[in-house]
Write a protein that binds this ligand. Sequence first.
Ligand code: FES
Length: 119
Amino acid sequence: MTRPEASEHATEDVRICGFGELVPSSARRFVVNGKPIAVVRIVDDLYAIGDTCSHAEVSLSEGTVWADECELECWKHGSAFSLRTGEPQSFPATRPVPVYAIRHDGDDVIIAMPVGDPS
Ligand code: FES
């Protein structure tokens, strides 16, 4: 289903898994519409950021979740990315990773994927 958001950006809702399949305080990698995404559950809150570290081509979902800080730390060199903004909070990474809108509707975990986004 494609629907326009309040802004001019259209998104497509994609169900990725059941809510109960996500282990609290851990990250899991999904590939949605060809994009690798790290999905993190902290208690009942969900976050989705680009899974590829902006410093090098490694998977952030293999890193450590810092639940209190709401960050995901890259296992390779230690940059921690905000799950809210995608911004690195520490070096060596200096560029953000994308952030995706994610929610759960009952047991369905749904990501709103941008439509026509070439990145
Ligand atoms: S590869 Fe992620 S911080 Fe270097």
